[in-house]
Design a protein around this ligand. Structure first.
Ligand code: B12
Ligand code: SF4
Length: 505
């Protein structure tokens, strides 16, 4: 059916459907209470399309429970859009491809566009492996999707549109990169969001506080080797604009909490101070969560607390200075300790994130990491720390190292079937390859068990003698194998040394 690019609602205006695939339901992801992934990227794209065009845009979020076990035919069979835009992370890539294949088969004349943090880093691989995808958008999509929709609506060619990889005369054409959006304040607030559909609570906080998500900056000035967004130019919004948006969302949805979606909310002290002061001056009485770096000036934590920060995630990754340097983390252990102590004093819940099997990591590095985790978890309100093996994600330095060292074979495609039971045993995403360098994988399960045991031991240190004996008997009933530790002089010595240290401090 013909469609038009401008209209008064009577005509058959161009229609765009934006899709978030569901998470694959296996391994750890099968748990029903796993955090709902809200399609913010699509909310941002929809707002931009609504601001700049008259096209009809809808979001189909297959992650939502109402779509579970509903066949694609039921969802898209009757759909009459001309453009389908699909987002994906590396975790959801196979689901995204399944959707692209279905749509192209059932509606051969439509355009299927893929974008997001996964596709942008393997655009050529995607087009080579998935003939049903017509275009991959490699950058931020707000401007590009509008340009593409206009060109498609007006039947113009797309050769001049930056930031896309697409098919042309049977070959794959790679257009020049599109600059990142510089004026973040010029972007419209995200749309198509309703709290009822996407109930959200403050992250990392014991109380269930109704919350919404806001993004105050994009990109990150740091270059951690495992991160998909490493080195992406850092840009900030104006503090007033951010807090206006927060107030707007608070009034609309009656929320009292904010989760900041920024990669690193604390990356720029001027920006952070300005946003905090704006929240303080407006007396918002908000509680908020953010992701933080450990190498910030500690005074900033005071301002954050005054502005309502109640919890944060902090990327530590390793307890070994050698590894911190190898992964370009740019933080020191002293900074980590000082950051966590200060959070503990201020009663900001902090969850330190750690990784293992990092490049060049050996047993002795791992021991330092376990020591640091236990040390941090002894601080009130800190942890439990997250501790996960390194996964290979497209576009990262880890991916480049993996090709160089042959961990990923030449010609590897992100669309080859990949499923690892070993990942499941580690409580990890099974469809993303593990990065295995110097540490023997046999050690991985052992190290997770060792951490659990050390945590139990560390908890036991805090108990009185009677509780200790009671818990010990219960543990032996449940896990007779732990008897060996009862007779381990090493653990008794450690216990006594720690008790003496505690008394002295
Ligand atoms: C909030 C968040 C979550 C939330 C919700 C996720 C969600 N989908 O909203 C939760 C806690 C559930 C979560 C879980 C996970 N997350 Co997360 N998460 C984030 C975070 C902080 C914000 C996501 C966001 O809203 N970004 C804002 C939008 C605007 O940015 P964007 O997604 O890149 O979109 C832009 C462009 O990519 C493009 N675009 C995107 N899609 C499309 C589609 C089309 C058609 C077009 C044209 C353009 C386009 O335009 C957008 C606007 O400019 C990001 C970090 C970050 N700040 O981006 C990590 C991030 C996305 N998460 C990441 C990871 C690894 C995960 C997990 C796998 C963690 C785990 N071990 O379980 C899971 C996977 C969840 C899933 N369903 O895939 C990685 C993704 C790496 C990768 N290659 O997949 C990121 C990038 C963090 C990082 N630094 O590495 N996450
Ligand atoms: S892990 Fe965090 S600090 Fe490091 S590059 Fe990624 S976003 Fe930046």
């Amino acid at each position: 059916m013909p469609f038009v690019c401008d209209g008064n609602g009577q005509e058959n205006i161009l229609k765009i459907t934006l899709i978030q695939p569901p998470k694959p339901r296996y391994g750890v992801q099968a748990e029903d209470d796993w955090v709902l992934a809200r399609p913010f990227s699509l909310f941002f794209l929809a707002a931009s399309i609504e601001k700049h065009t008259q096209y009809e845009v809808q979001i189909v979020d297959l992650e939502q429970r109402k779509y579970r076990n509903i066949p694609l035919k039921t969802v898209f069979g009757e759909s009459n859009s001309q453009i389908y835009g699909i987002t994906a992370t590396t975790l959801t890539r196979y689901e995204a491809v399944k959707i692209a294949k279905y749509i192209k088969k059932s509606h051969p004349d439509v355009m299927v566009i893929a974008g997001g943090v996964h596709f942008m880093h393997c655009a050529e691989d995607t087009l080579n492996s998935v003939p049903e995808i017509d275009i991959v958008v490699r950058g931020e999509g707000e401007i590009i999707i509008v340009e593409l929709a206009n060109a498609i609506c007006r039947r113009q060619n797309i050769e001049h549109i930056k930031g896309i990889t697409y098919r042309k005369d049977g070959k794959i054409a790679v257009n020049q990169d599109e600059a990142l959006v510089e004026d973040l304040d010029g972007l419209p607030y995200y749309s198509k969001f309703s709290w009822d559909e996407y109930p959200e609570y403050l992250f990392g906080y014991p109380e269930r506080i109704r919350a919404i998500s806001v993004m105050s900056s994009r990109g990150c000035p740091f270059n951690c080797v495992f991160c998909t967004k490493a080195g992406m130019k850092y840009r900030v919004r104006n503090a007033k604009n951010i807090v206006d948006e927060i107030q707007n969302l608070m009034d609309k949805f009656d929320v009292a909490g904010v989760n900041f979606l920024d990669l690193t909310f604390t990356a720029d002290s001027n920006h952070l101070t300005a946003v905090c002061n704006e929240m303080i001056n407006r007396r918002l009485n908000l509680k908020w969560w953010c992701e933080s770096r450990a190498n910030i000036s500690l005074d900033l934590l005071d301002i954050m607390k005054r502005a309502g920060c109640v919890s944060t995630v902090v990327g530590v990754e390793s307890g070994s200075p050698r590894i911190l340097s190898a992964i370009s983390k740019n933080i020191s252990l002293d900074q980590v300790l000082a950051f966590c102590r200060k959070c503990s004093d201020l009663e900001i819940f902090a969850i330190p994130y750690f990784m293992f099997s990092l490049p060049g990591e050996k047993k002795r590095d791992l021991k330092l990491t376990l020591d640091l985790i236990i040390r941090l978890e002894k601080l009130r309100g800190i942890g439990p720390c997250a501790f996960q093996p390194t996964l290979i994600m497209p576009g990262t330095e880890i991916e480049r190292i993996s090709y160089k060292r042959g961990f990923l074979k030449k010609g590897f495609s992100w669309y080859e079937p990949y499923y690892s039971d070993f990942n499941v045993k580690l409580g990890q995403l099974p469809n993303i390859p593990l990065f295995i360098d110097k540490l023997n994988p046999d050690k991985f399960i052992k190290v997770l068990k060792e951490l659990e045991l050390r945590r139990k031991f560390s908890k036991a240190e805090k108990l009185g003698l009677r509780d200790l004996i009671r818990k010990g008997i219960n543990l032996l009933r449940r896990q007779p194998s732990s008897l060996k530790y009862v007779f381990s002089p090493k653990y008794y010595c450690k216990f006594i040394v720690n008790k003496i240290k505690e008394m002295l401090s």
